[in-house]
Ligand binder design. Structure first.
Ligand code: FAD
Ligand code: MLT
Ligand code: ZN
Length: 508
């Protein structure tokens, strides 16, 4: 089991929040009163209603803090009411009332989202799914899991592991994020290379629409060609079309043999060559190919109690994982790959994990990067898809731009910008470009926004590979979607949520 995700240095960074464009509150939304709180108490158990004195409740504002601030401590709302329903029917009654009364609502899962989508912008009601956390059924023959949306991903993975299966997705936030949040963001993560997108693994959804209608599409079928596949619209809709309350997901057999190696690589060109070779040599057993640069490695080694498995420092690091069913066969394949890469000088050093503890430490090194950067300072995060050959160029480009205007001095950890670094799921063409600053400030942001989006668009990439749009990228959607597509997205929003009460100010 990996470490639970903790928020980095919350106390220090709270003062830094709010350096982002906050749209004005829409007057069309009702302001809550005592009457609304009393109504909510009549439809859900009183202990699941967390309301402050400002709206006639008794909770302390501090109790709502964790629901109002995001994981990065960058985005912050001012909600005075959190509702934590226990059943789909309760969710339906809440939404029906909110829709009639024009009360704005933010659905919230584990609150690990990184684009400001999971927290209110102003005083929207937070609808937390955390009390909906039951496994509904599990079919050991087909591997189909049906569960509530508020189940924590890691707990589900443990549940299916006991039955010889694996969740088709995994991410550093697994100890906190919910399966409903994963579906709502169409999360990618480190198993994407092997098991693909949730658009393929999710077989059915139960969704409550803003008017309270329960769309029961909780199918367990792999094949169902009866017209439009409505569930696909909710996968990646980031809480703007409906509230996901149930999920049916296909869980593959858990591989019995897992191998992991960390490689020290002299150049980005060689990271690509090694990937090509890994695919050639390992074929179907290659299950992850992740990379990070030396700046990430230094941050991880500084902030986590981990030791590098390699002797020296390298410009790039790669984590290769194989997953199969024949231990000896997989060992041979990965060892042969490593020998070949070393002999040809494609990699300069490599370490093969000898047991589960070493496997877990190597993964912690990769998965500990976001937390370590957060502990270094307030972090600007860009999650982009770019063709692999030019993927790392944008990191170098942004670093040079910041250097040119004297905001960044590589190798010096002080100054307005402390670190520019890149890591990510290179096997999926997905880069995480991060800029760690002293504080969020316009003179820094202006250097790379919207430049970074222009850069990505000029390479026909995507401004959001896996984290979503949320509030952060709402105004930049046009870099990845045409006006016609955005117009149809807005029309779809109007169909499901005509009064726009669900997650307002986000996505479109
Ligand atoms: P939240 O953060 O609570 O919400 C995210 C969005 O989904 C919001 O817009 C919210 O309104 C909506 N939402 C949540 N639940 C529901 C629901 N039941 N119905 C409707 N809408 C809902 N992401 C990746 O894709 N890949 C990674 O590798 C990855 N690694 C991460 C590592 C760390 C350390 C952290 C902090 C985050 C990482 N993320 C990653 C981002 C984040 O964990 C994912 O986006 C995750 O899927 C969010 O799930 P959540 O339950 O925390 O959702
Ligand atoms: C990751 O791959 O580590 C996540 O997507 C989180 C991040 O981008 O920091
Ligand atoms: Zn990622």
């Amino acid at each position: 089991m990996r470490q639970r995700v903790v928020k980095p240095a919350a106390g220090i960074m709270l003062a830094q929040h709010c350096q982002y464009h906050k749209p004005a509150r829409l007057d069309s939304f009702k302001k809550l009163s005592n009457v609304d709180i009393e109504h909510f108490k009549s439809i859900v158990p009183a202990e699941t209603v967390l309301a402050t004195a400002a709206v006639g409740g008794t909770a302390d504002a501090i109790e709502l803090e964790g629901f109002n601030a995001d994981w990065l401590n960058k985005y912050r709302g001012n909600s005075q009411l959190v509702l934590k329903p226990k059943t789909t029917k309760e969710v339906s009654e809440i939404l029906k009332y909110c829709n009639e009364q024009r009360i704005a609502v933010v659905p919230q899962g584990g609150n690990t989202g990184l684009v400001g989508g999971s927290v209110p912008v102003h005083d929207e009601v937070v609808l937390s799914l955390r009390n909906m956390n039951r496994v509904r059924s599990y079919d050991e023959v087909s591997g189909v899991l049906v569960c509530d949306a508020g189940c924590v991903l890691e707990e589900l993975d443990n549940y299916v592991a006991e039955r010889g299966h694996i969740m088709p997705l995994d991410l550093g936030a697994k100890g906190s994020c919910h399966i409903g949040g994963n579906v709502a963001t169409n999360a990618g993560g480190i198993r994407f290379l092997r098991y693909g997108s949730l658009h393929g693994s999710v077989l059915g959804l139960e969704v409550v629409l803003p008017d309270g209608t329960i769309l029961d599409n909780l199918s367990t079928l792999r094949k169902d060609n009866t017209g439009y596949d409505l569930k696909q619209l909710f996968i990646g809709s980031e809480g703007t079309l409906g509230v996901i309350t149930g999920v049916s997901v296909l869980t593959p057999r858990r591989p019995s043999a897992v191998n992991v190696a960390v490689l020290g690589v002299p150049s980005y060109e060689n990271v690509q060559q090694a990937f090509k070779r890994a695919r050639q040599r390992c074929g179907e057993i290659l299950s992850a190919y992740e990379f990070w640069d030396s700046n990430c490695m230094r941050a991880v080694l500084h902030h986590q109690s981990l030791k590098s498995p390699l002797e020296a420092e390298y410009p790039f690091y790669v984590l290769v994982e194989t997953s199969g069913s024949e231990k000896n066969h997989d060992d041979e394949k990965l060892t042969a790959l490593l020998e070949e890469l070393l002999e040809e000088g494609i990699v300069e050093d490599g370490a093969l994990a000898q047991d589960d503890t070493q496997i877990s430490r190597m993964w912690m090194m990769r998965e500990g990067i976001p937390e370590s950067l957060g502990k270094t300072g307030p972090t600007y995060k860009y999650d982009v898809s770019i063709p692999i050959p030019v993927l790392y160029d944008v990191v170098k480009d942004i670093a040079q731009r910041l250097e040119k205007v004297d905001l960044y001095k590589p190798g010096q950890s002080s100054g307005p910008v402390k670190l520019v670094c890149g890591y990510g799921h290179i096997g999926d063409s997905n880069l995480h470009l991060n800029v760690v600053a002293e504080k969020f400030e316009d003179r820094v942001t202006d250097v790379f926004e919207p430049y970074v989006y222009e850069w990505v668009a000029s390479h026909r990439g995507s401004i959001s590979a896996e984290h979503g749009v949320g509030l952060m990228k709402r105004d930049y959607l046009g870099y990845s979607k045409s006006p016609e597509m955005i117009s149809y997205m807005k029309r779809i929003k109007d169909v499901f949520d005509p009064h726009h009460i669900l997650n307002p100010y986000k996505v479109v």
